[in-house]
Design a protein. Structure first.
Length: 95
């Protein structure tokens, strides 16, 4: 959404820097739109999640699930049985 060179990437980096300096314990997700996936309603969300979890589309589904589970477990470090169940449920919801 904008001509090349007008500062879109710089603006994104500045916003991210301001956000993380003001809210150090929070995190944000970034994704890239892909014109070839224009008709996919959740294409941008899928891109954000793959980027965040370090998932490659050519990886086996089990490897992708393990990456999601590890990320969610690191973000929600609750060693109790309830915490472990919450991590499992959230990871399962995210795919």
């Amino acid at each position: 959404m904008g001509a090349p060179g007008i500062g879109k990437s710089r603006l994104r980096m500045e916003l991210a820097g301001t956000f993380t300096s003001r809210v150090p314990h929070a995190f944000y997700l970034t994704g890239r739109g892909d014109a070839s996936r224009f008709g996919e309603p959740f294409g941008l969300v899928a891109s954000m999640l793959r980027s965040t979890f370090g998932i490659r589309e050519d990886e086996p589904a089990e490897t992708q699930r393990e990456r999601v589970l590890r990320y969610v477990a690191a973000a929600l470090p609750d060693p109790s049985p309830e915490g472990a169940e919450a991590v499992k449920s959230i990871a399962e919801f995210l795919g």
